[in-house]
Each structure stands twice: as C-alpha cells, then as structure tokens.
Design a protein around this ligand. Sequence first.
Ligand SMILES: Nc1ncnc2c1ncn2[C@@H]1O[C@H](COP(=O)(O)OP(=O)(O)OP(=O)(O)O)[C@@H](O)[C@H]1O
Length: 254
Amino acid sequence: MSPSLETRGLTVRFGGHVAVDHVTCAFRPGELTAIVGPNGAGKTTYFNLISGQLRASDGAVAIFGRDVTRLGAPERTRLGLGRAFQLTNLFPQLAVAENVRLAVQAHAGVHYDMRRPWRGRRDLIDKAEAVLGSVGLGDRRGTQAAALSHGDQRKLEVAMMMALEPKIAMFDEPTAGMSVDEVPVVLDLIARLKSDPTRTILLVEHKMDVVRSLADRIVVLVNGRLAADGEPQAVIASAVVQEAYLGIAPGKAA
Ligand SMILES: Nc1ncnc2c1ncn2[C@@H]1O[C@H](COP(=O)(O)OP(=O)(O)OP(=O)(O)O)[C@@H](O)[C@H]1O
C-alpha cells in the first residue's frame, strides 16, 4: 500500500543544533506507529515539522503523495492530517458540547448561518452527541471546557479529533498528566480510531506499556536521528532502545 505520509531527509536546525536530522520514514494506512526516544530526542519537533507548525531547514514532507513541505498547517489539515495538541485545540470559554459541535461543523464544512440554525441539522447533532457519548462526557455537556479536569480536557480533545475524522491522526503523549483510571478511556478511543483500516496513526509516547498495547510499529529517535524502526517486540528488545532508555526511564522499557 502506498504511504499516506512520508518524510524524506527531514531536518531542522535551531542555530547550530540539529533537532531533527535527515529523518526518512513512510507511514501507511491501517498502521499505528509509536515514536519513542529519550527526552530531547526530537519527537515533538518531528511532529511539528509534519503538521506544519514548524518549517523544515531541509528535506520534505508528503501527504498522500503530495509534497506539502511549503504548505502551512491549515492546508495540511485540509489534506487529512489531524493533530491532538496538548489542550490548545480547545475553546476554553465554550461548553463541552459547543466545542464538539464546532469540530463536527468544521468537518461537515457548515458555517454558521442564521437562516439554517444548527438545530435544523439533525445529522450533525446526532454525530456530536455520539462523539460526546463515546468519550464519556455526555453528562458534562454544559460544563465550560476550562472547568473540566485535566483528564476530561484530554478526552474532549480526542473527541474533537474524532469529530474531524482525520485520515492521518497524530497524538503527542495523549495520556500525559492523566490519573491511572483515566488512561484506559483514552487508549480505548485511540484503539477505536485505529480500527478504521484507512487511517494512519502516529503516537509520541513515553509509557512503554501504552506503546506495547497500541503500536504496530515503533520508530526510535535519538539525537534527532532515526535510530530504529520495526515491529514492536524486536525494537523494544533492541540495544538501541535499551540504551536510549537506560537510566532515563528505568523499568518503563522492561
Ligand atoms: N523552537 C526551538 N528552538 C530551539 N530549540 C528547540 C526548539 N524546539 C525544540 N528545540 C530543541 O530541540 C531538541 C528536541 O526537542 P523535542 O521537544 O522535539 O524533543 P522530544 O523528543 O519531544 O522531548 P520530550 O520527550 O522531552 O518531549 C531539544 O534539544 C530542544 O531543546
């Protein structure tokens, strides 16, 4: 199957520091790839280069075969790329239901129209309700997003991502800061997104148990370079991962 997303020689320099160093990698539909590596390895920067938050110093990014290296983040979103940011996707002053509704509207391409109110779009209301229910936030629909717990905000963020139905979904540490009992809900949602064989998922994750439970493939970045790439068991057992995690997250890689 041809790749949905590709980076070729992707590089970014901050002054003299090469944060992402000639990373060539292809991602395919139906595949969930976990991107792991020690702190400062360049994982988030690699995500920023893919989503268009950051411009590459060198190399290229392609989405469904189209070179998007010079396109901004909104254009990449229109081509099917979706990224769950750490909380920055939310409209904090709006209620939970309003946040989901905006995402559903955005996906449907419906703009606010006085003559055709939201109440008239049963299909969109149903979709927003279904998304809210699936993340377990149905009873918080009237709550301002800013007033939600951290865990519920992350769930709302995933709900909005689901409403946008991206063909390529990117998650940067989706369970960061969550309590132990909140983690399974988000993992279940990602697993559900993954059940669509046309979807490509990229996940930056430190927790090896999360990686193990979700990933079809692991890519390891060390010092901005691609250090390993392959099937989870083999990569986790490899010297590069053992070395990269040794002393940084003892026990997590075991
Ligand atoms: N805008 C920037 N300007 C200068 N240096 C930056 C910038 N963004 C990232 N860096 C540097 O690039 C390197 C990679 O950072 P990055 O956040 O991508 O690592 P990471 O693998 O995501 O780390 P972590 O696991 O801690 O989140 C770091 O040395 C970081 O300090």
